[in-house]
Design a protein around this ligand. Structure first.
Ligand SMILES: NC(=O)c1ccc[n+]([C@@H]2O[C@H](COP(=O)([O-])OP(=O)(O)OC[C@H]3O[C@@H](n4cnc5c(N)ncnc54)[C@H](OP(=O)(O)O)[C@@H]3O)[C@@H](O)[C@H]2O)c1
Length: 268
């Protein structure tokens, strides 16, 4: 069975739904008629989004304000998910830090691992038994092109995204015959809209405009890819070319080149 069609008691879960890619995934799922559980830390932002989705698409939207980097809070959420009929999980929430690990706050680096790695792994493990039993379900993991190669000055993020990419692509092979679809979204730079040039962050200024892909398009191709059980979705031609290049180029050559670029993002 493919990714289940919307039904009254089934829920599609989106983590990191309060902005950007996660918000766009929630909107696109609602547009396709799925009832939702949306989560992030900022409850008031989620409540506003939930109101909008109920009004625009007539779907049920449940809001869960959860800090997924907090193991105790994550456990409570996973316990709930394990008891629910979860048709789709978009394990999307993730954060990044830039700069040399030795110069960064160790507590923030640990939180990043908690969120980007265990915030994916624990949630997948919570919903997977139900999906396998029902022989239906879809898991979309937000990995990254950053997980394809070593990135000095973005080390924790690159390593967590290598986990996300590899876990998703490995799991897909295990559950293929159980009717559960697993797809990793591994984009290059994605943003909701072009910001005012005067208000661009250093990351936005260093990445040329033609490389950016918008969130609405990303959400659409990701969910279409999940429907078709694609192994990996890389939105945009340029991202595809860069992703292929980074997959084949020797890691010892790629690392110093991207490391020099990311050094600038760390503020050096
Ligand atoms: N945008 C890109 O260019 C790009 C490229 C490649 C991969 N990705 C990956 O795609 C995913 C989404 O990217 P994005 O750019 O849309 O991210 P974003 O704009 O930074 O949003 C991150 C989302 O995660 C939530 N979040 C952050 N910390 C959290 C925590 N401790 N617990 C629960 N939720 C938390 C945030 O909501 P609250 O602040 O309300 O908690 C927010 O909704 C990430 O995994 C990212 O690594 C993005």
């Amino acid at each position: 069975m493919p990714v289940p069609a919307p039904s009254a008691d089934a829920r599609a879960v989106v983590t990191g739904a309060s902005q950007n890619i996660g918000e766009a995934l929630a909107v696109e799922l609602a547009r396709r008629g799925h009832h939702l559980i949306i989560t992030a830390r900022r409850e008031e932002v989620l409540n506003t989004l939930a109101e909008r989705l109920r009004a625009d698409f007539g779907v049920t939207v449940e809001v869960r304000a959860v800090d997924l980097a907090d193991p105790a809070a994550r456990d409570v959420f996973c316990e709930e998910l394990a008891t629910r009929n979860i048709s789709i999980l978009c394990a999307n929430a993730g954060t990044a830090t830039f700069g040399a690990v030795a110069s960064l706050d160790p507590a923030e680096e640990r939180k990043q691992v908690q969120l980007n790695v265990l915030g994916v792994h624990d949630l997948v493990l919570a919903v997977l038994p139900g999906m396998v039993e029902r022989r239906a379900g879809g898991i979309l993991v937000s990995g990254s092109a950053a997980g394809n190669s070593p990135i000095p000055n973005n080390a924790t993020y690159a390593a967590t995204k290598a986990f996300a990419n590899t876990f998703s692509e490995s799991l897909r092979g295990e559950v293929k015959s159980s009717g559960v679809h697993v797809t990793v979204l591994a984009p290059g730079p994605v943003r909701t809209e072009l910001p005012d040039p005067d208000e661009q962050s250093l990351v936005e200024r260093l990445i040329p405009d033609f490389l950016w892909i918008d969130t609405e398009y990303t959400a659409k191709v990701s969910l279409d890819g999940l429907e078709r059980n694609k192994m990996r979705v890389v939105p945009g031609l340029t991202s595809k070319a860069m992703s292929t290049a980074s997959g084949y180029a020797p890691r010892s050559i790629v690392a110093p080149i991207v490391g020099a670029v990311y050094k600038k993002l760390g503020g050096d």
